[in-house]
Ligand binder design. Structure first.
Ligand SMILES: [Cu+2]
Length: 395
């Protein structure tokens, strides 16, 4: 009878999932009546887990038996708080847990094991017990939002926003620095003495953003020129969907003297497109009001310039190229079509290193601008500035 039960359970699960992996399973009742864990054997070898797709039922006790066929690996399911090291030599490591949270849980190798380490991952799906056989659809949800997206690892390119979603009730932090010393001034010896401008006064900004709802984030960004920007962003199309196209809308308001002075509003559509495994492109039509406020930011604006060209339409163009698994080259160009047209159009280049979900970026720009109103004020026609961004996610 027990044998029959097990066979039926197995058959039902196989029918239900269709893609049941070659895993050894032992379910059912033990001698003492307690449920025995479902045992799933997984091998780790450079650079894959076999099987890489696992499905269990919510409420089930699960034992993963993981062994390495070559070097040391790691096995981590961040969303379940699981992380173990898998030693070389084939000795299995047992990980026991109760499958509590229905959904798709990404697992990945957590010990660097070579060039393909970044793609050594898989999915553990916990199917709600009531909806056995109902495949949870892939899409933007709490679980997917927690995963690192290697093509869109951050909420910004250099100054322009991206379409990366912030998980609900999580927050992220960003620090921007733009050194005010023009790189071309006074010859190279002079520049070296000033350590590429790092000695100079820096325009700094601190940003916090928070996920209010899935796909909805709000944030505040304050510069040390006492400019405060408050923004909200709503995701409409998920870039990691089948089309590879992302769409967000962002509205923001910013003002000097901690928002006490006349403020400037902006509305932007952020359109993004993934290209294979190596690039993400951006087109961002943006309207910014009340741009020519003197002292807001740009050196080229005279104090008596506060009159016309206040309403500006610009097109943010950007690209992030993944040149190494965790290294990116980024470019931004923001031509303005109507309104404020002093100076050159904003141009920036950057090289960025990703460590997990965190990024460090060294950038070069013809402006010190990091907010919509600052970008709308354009850049210098002959000076370049160095700067950096640091972004940190708290999830
Ligand atoms: Cu690895």
């Amino acid at each position: 009878m027990r044998r029959w039960c097990d066979a039926t359970t197995l058959a039902m699960v196989v029918l239900a999932c269709g893609t049941w992996p070659t895993a050894a399973m032992a379910g059912g009742q033990g001698e003492d009546g307690a449920q025995q864990p479902r045992v799933i054997e997984i091998t780790a070898s450079r650079f894959e887990f076999t099987p890489s797709e696992i499905e269990v039922l919510a409420g089930e006790r699960v034992r993963l038996l993981i062994r390495s066929t070559d070097v040391e690996h790691g096995f981590a399911i961040p969303t379940l708080g699981i992380g173990e090291t898998i030693p070389p030599g084939g000795e299995p490591v047992a990980i026991d847990f109760v499958a509590a949270e229905p959904g798709r849980h990404r697992f990945a190798c957590s010990v660097f094991c070579g060039a393909g380490h970044d793609r050594m991952n898989g999915i553990l799906t916990i199917v709600p017990a009531a909806g056995r056989g109902a495949q949870p659809t892939a899409g933007p949800d709490a679980v997917a939002d927690l995963e690192i997206d290697v093509l869109e690892p951050d909420f910004n390119l250099i100054a322009l926003p991206t379409t990366l979603r912030l998980p609900r009730h999580k927050f992220a932090f960003r620090l921007t620095h733009r050194f005010s010393r023009p790189l071309g001034r006074g010859g190279f010896g002079n520049l070296l003495e000033d350590f590429f401008g790092f000695d100079s006064f820096a325009r700094m900004g601190l940003e916090f953003r928070y996920g209010v709802l899935p796909g909805t984030q709000v944030g505040i960004y304050r510069g040390n020129n006492r400019n405060i920007q408050i923004f909200g962003r709503q995701n409409i199309l998920w870039q990691r969907g089948p089309s590879g196209i992302g769409l967000d809308v962002q509205a923001s308001i910013e003002g000097l003297n901690n928002l006490r002075e006349e403020s400037s509003g902006s509305v932007a559509a952020i359109l993004s497109k993934r290209l294979g495994e190596w690039a993400s492109l951006y087109v961002e039509p943006t309207w910014v009001g009340n741009v020519s406020k003197p002292g807001r930011f740009h050196t080229s604006i005279d104090d008596d310039d506060d009159d016309d060209d206040d309403s500006t339409f610009m097109l943010g163009l950007g690209a992030r190229l993944r040149v190494r698994p965790t290294v990116y080259l980024i470019g931004e160009y923001v031509p303005r079509f109507t309104g404020f047209d002093d100076g050159a159009h904003h141009i920036s280049f950057a090289i960025e290193k990703r460590v997990g979900g965190h990024t460090f970026q060294l950038n070069f720009s013809n402006s010190l601008g990091t907010t919509p109103a600052q970008i709308a004020q354009g850049g210098s026609t002959d000076d370049w500035f160095i700067g950096f961004n640091i972004a940190r996610k708290f999830y």
